[in-house]
Design a protein around this ligand. Structure first.
Ligand code: AMP
Ligand code: ZN
Length: 487
């Protein structure tokens, strides 16, 4: 097993040697999506970054238990604070659906999109609503330790009291006074004692839909609580890696640490890993700023910011070409460059299959392979890894052109290197090969079109026909149903 992996830890603000608590096991918890709307590309970047980390740790031989939750209750519109409606309930009311219908729809969509990006499923994907009992138990433990108080059936975490014996700002590096001074004043009706206090349990208003009985009230858990309860349940009081987007660090993760410390007197995770944001013209991509786009819009090229569409693996390559701790700015030029780069890499993979051993050996793959490991061992540096893989690609082309000779041993090392790093670690795949699936995909599209026709929804059935025509497919309606051909 590789012992030279260094991981940047937000807690120490340094790269640290990765030493799991209980090797070869690694416990990793990542904050998952709130399933109230489609995930945008920014969210996808974070999950692809942790997929890279999960894949590399697994490649090194670690037995990783990767827990990524689904937030299906308790996440209020105020995000960090305790204000506003529950995001899922609000959507459900607008759509006149059950909250669980919203949850189901967006969970399925999320899984589909992760699959399209070749993101591996986590080992466990627990939901907040499935762990109400664990969350209530955690609130009880924090109350017993004296770090929380009850007001009118709601329970709040007492940050100032906690900070007397612990360091509340341990993760964000801020002093309590500064944090207090930078928080806006409490409204008149606020039940909290201190500006930074946050809800562990919230008493539900009568019209609130998702609520559960508890010793304090019919209510629902605070958002920060679910991650503390579920990481604790599946990975123990202390585990190796806790991750999420950097935007979650100042409040959500800070509060998670406070909750776990308050209940168990232990720092939950040894390494806190944060991914940086996908930006558009330098601004964080986010739904509320209105600059987000959906993966499907990127594939189809249908968003006004896009010149054309890009395939899922081009998008994944684009994400992997940036280090996870750097911001990554979206642009058409960058996407075009990624498309070229990705094609180049895939072409060399195809060429590699046809390479033959040739005479006196002139290449050594060992040092190149070591440089690939060095790149990934340096805090999962995928852009440096990709630069090394382009070096491999040059070697492949030179051998193919007869400019370089390679022996059997180095040829099989080169194949292993490309297989390990391009396919398994970066999680890229050759999309050309996936064309074998085309008949099945076309069947499905024709089925959808037939359904639309049966429902007399001719606008949709025409849209499908014209859309297919634009990308080079002709549909023929006949007595025995519809068939298709490439134009
Ligand atoms: P949410 O569904 O809003 O809870 O977010 C899910 C995950 O996506 C969190 O880990 C966020 O930090 C992350 N995220 C949100 N916006 C972006 C962005 N523009 N770039 C990268 N990650 C993001
Ligand atoms: Zn979380």
């Amino acid at each position: 097993m590789e012992q030279n992996l260094f991981v940047y830890n937000t807690l120490s603000r340094k790269k640290e040697r990765f030493e799991p608590l209980n090797p070869p096991h690694v416990g990793m918890y990542v904050c998952g999506p709130t399933v109230y709307s489609d995930v945008h590309l920014g969210n996808c970047r974070t999950f692809m970054s942790f997929d890279l980390i999960f894949r590399y740790l697994t490649h090194l031989g670690y037995k990783v238990r990767y827990v990524r939750n689904v937030t299906d209750a308790g996440h209020l519109e105020g995000d960090a604070g305790d204000e506003g409606e529950d995001k899922i309930e609000k959507k459900a009311k607008l759509a006149q659906l059950e909250p669980m219908e919203i949850v189901q729809k967006y969970t399925v969509d999320f899984h589909n999109i992760m699959d399209v990006f070749n993101v591996l499923p986590p080992s466990i994907e627990p939901t907040a609503t499935g762990h109400i009992i664990e969350q209530i138990e955690l609130v009880k433990a924090i109350l017993e330790k004296g770090f929380a108080y009850e007001v009118n059936g709601s329970i709040y975490f007492d940050v100032e009291k906690y900070n007397q014996s612990h360091d509340y700002g341990i993760l964000n590096g801020r002093k309590l006074e500064d944090l207090i001074n930078n928080t806006r004043d409490l409204g008149g009706q606020d039940e909290k004692r201190g500006k930074l206090d946050f809800a562990l349990w919230i008493k539900a208003k009568p019209e609130h839909l998702m609520k559960w009985p508890s010793p304090w009230s019919m209510g629902f858990p605070g958002w920060h609580l679910e991650c503390s309860a579920m990481s604790n349940k599946y990975l123990g009081k202390q585990f190796d890696i806790h991750g999420g987007g950097i935007d979650l660090m100042p409040t959500h993760h800070t509060n998670e640490i406070a909750q776990n410390f308050a209940a168990c007197e232990k720092m939950p995770a040894k390494y806190w890993v944060h991914t940086n944001m996908l930006t558009v013209n330098g601004q964080k991509m986010s739904k509320s700023l209105g600059n987000s786009f959906l993966p499907q819009e990127l594939f189809a090229g249908s968003h006004s910011l896009l010149n054309k569409g890009y395939s899922p693996m081009t998008v994944r390559f684009f994400m992997m070409q940036a280090h996870y701790r750097s911001t990554l700015d979206f642009s058409n030029e960058a996407m075009e460059a990624s498309e070229k780069g990705f094609k180049r890499l895939m072409n060399s993979l195809t060429l590699l299959d046809s390479l033959k051993v040739s005479g006196q050996n002139e290449v050594e793959i060992g040092p190149l392979s070591q440089r690939c490991y060095d790149a990934m061992n340096d805090d999962f540096n995928s852009p440096v890894l990709i630069a090394e893989l382009f070096e491999a690609s040059r070697i492949i082309n030179s051998v193919k052109d007869g400019k370089l000779k390679i022996n059997a041993e180095n040829l099989s090392a080169l194949k292993k290197l490309m297989n390990d790093f391009v396919l398994n670690v970066l999680g890229l795949k050759n999309e050309q090969a996936a064309n074998d699936d085309l008949p099945n995909v076309m069947d499905m599209i024709m089925k959808l079109r037939n359904e639309a026709k049966m429902n007399k929804d001719y606008a949709t059935s025409d849209k499908i026909r014209h859309g297919l025509q634009e990308i080079g497919f002709q549909l023929m309606d006949g007595k025995e149903g519809t068939s298709w051909s490439k134009i």
